[in-house]
Ligand binder design. Structure first.
Ligand SMILES: [Zn+2]
Length: 428
């Protein structure tokens, strides 16, 4: 027993002094640092135990270290998408009613390729903001964390916290159709019901809370111009979530839905489609993030042309896409904090990086667009000490591309190298 204790004490000491885990040295010819908004030359990133141990131009590489030579490429921190729906299964049906033809287990297993292709496209972390069947995202996150399957680091919502018949509900059914528990798990219709749902979600191990404070585009019977939840209900959500250390993001298209959410104290507004001047001023004053999915319109209209999108969804979407893009430009010009979120699942998984060029087209510099998907996203997640840039103590999440994304941001659509927590997942 005594000897056993001695071994337990000595092994960690021995490892920290003599570096038990093999060190990795990444040679980066150019490194984009979103924190200083600078391009650093000939950097060496030393990695141990999945984290950055040191970074700089003249570091000596420890004997026996695995050397990864990216000296002819541009290295960036792993990208972060703050608005995904990875656990919604295969994209073989444009209609949410399609989920009724599948079991919950089938949906999660079908989601495995969604996670893999997302990571391989350069997104090493995602904030996943809801799923048709509650807690499928928790299962997917845990399977990735255990190493059963390959995917990005996921921070999940567990379910949509929504009013009955609202933007996050499976609506459009006859009132005598009984939904299974996991299809109405997040429904709440008073401040106390909101608190009850959030208590359950916190117990189920979610990482943040997703509420919906306006109608939606891609939901039957929903009007994106409407307001959902009262200010009192939204305040209850933010307050209750804070008891568990959880942040709240709110889906909102309508001006009042957006402003209610900001006044209630959410961390980010998703979509923010019809945000007005007052909403922009409020967002700036409160220092919250706008997470605007301005590429999606391309995919929605493409699906519509192919006949894969219900007519009422396309009508919701008419004109809104362009309004959202113009409002994105206004928010950027006003200096509102912006994060990178794509609503992946509306567009095919794995093409999120196409949004970078759209963000630049509507007013951002390439560096600002990269910051939205790195340091801003890490801050929104509440993890600036672990994610968003390559600094000692942070996760060794990094990607590489050929060429200069600051000259042509679309280069980020062709990521050639992906490392998550010191492990290589893609190398061309
Ligand atoms: Zn969404």
């Amino acid at each position: 027993m005594k000897a056993f204790k001695w071994v337990l004490i000595v092994i960690p000491l021995f490892c920290s002094v003599f570096l038990c885990a093999q060190a990795i040295a990444v040679k980066a010819g150019k490194l984009i640092d979103p924190e200083s908004a600078a391009v650093l030359r000939n950097q060496i990133v030393l990695i141990r135990d999945g984290k950055v141990a040191a970074i700089g131009p003249d570091l000596s590489i420890p004997a026996g270290a695995q050397v990864i030579d990216l000296s002819s490429e541009t290295v960036l921190p792993g990208l972060i998408d703050c608005h995904t729906h990875l656990a919604d299964g295969a994209q073989d049906d444009g209609d949410p009613v399609g989920v009724f033809r599948k079991t919950a287990q089938q949906l999660v297993l079908e989601s495995i390729p969604n996670a893999k292709v997302t990571l391989e496209s350069g997104f090493t972390t995602v904030r996943d903001v809801g799923t048709y069947r509650a807690l499928g995202d928790v299962a997917l996150r845990n399977a990735i964390n255990h190493g059963y399957i390959v995917g990005p680091r996921m921070f999940v919502a567990g379910a949509y916290v929504t009013i009955t018949g609202g933007a996050g509900s499976d609506s459009g059914l006859a009132p005598d159709i009984q939904l299974p528990w996991d299809m109405h798990y997040g429904e709440a219709n008073s401040p106390w019901e909101v608190r009850q749902v959030i208590r359950k979600l916190a117990h189920d191990g979610v990482d943040h809370i997703k509420v919906l404070s306006s109608g939606a585009v891609l939901t039957h019977g929903s009007n994106p111009k409407s307001q959902e939840f009262t200010l009192e209900e939204l305040q209850a959500a933010v307050d209750e979530a804070s008891h568990f250390g959880l942040r709240v993001e709110s889906h909102a298209h309508s001006p009042e839905g957006i402003k209610n959410a900001i006044r209630a104290g959410v961390a980010s507004v998703e979509h923010a489609t019809m945000i007005d001047d007052e909403g922009i001023a409020l967002a700036k004053q409160r220092g919250i993030y706008l997470d605007m999915d301005i590429y999606d319109e391309e995919c929605i209209q493409q699906e519509g042309r192919a006949g894969h999108m219900p007519k009422d969804f396309l009508e919701h979407d008419a004109q809104l896409g362009q309004i959202q893009r113009e409002n994105f430009r206004k928010a950027v010009q006003a200096g509102v904090r912006m994060s990178f979120g794509t609503d992946a699942g509306v567009c095919p998984y794995g093409i999120a990086a196409k949004q970078f060029a759209m963000m630049v087209k509507y007013g951002m510099t390439p560096m600002q667009a990269i910051q939205a998907a790195t340091i801003n996203a890490a801050d929104l997640l509440g993890k600036p000490d672990l994610l968003g840039s390559l600094k000692p103590g942070k996760y060794a999440d990094l990607i590489a591309v050929s060429g200069d994304p600051l000259a042509d941001v679309a280069i980020l659509e062709k990521v050639e190298f992906v490392m998550k927590e010191g492990q290589i997942y893609k190398r061309k």
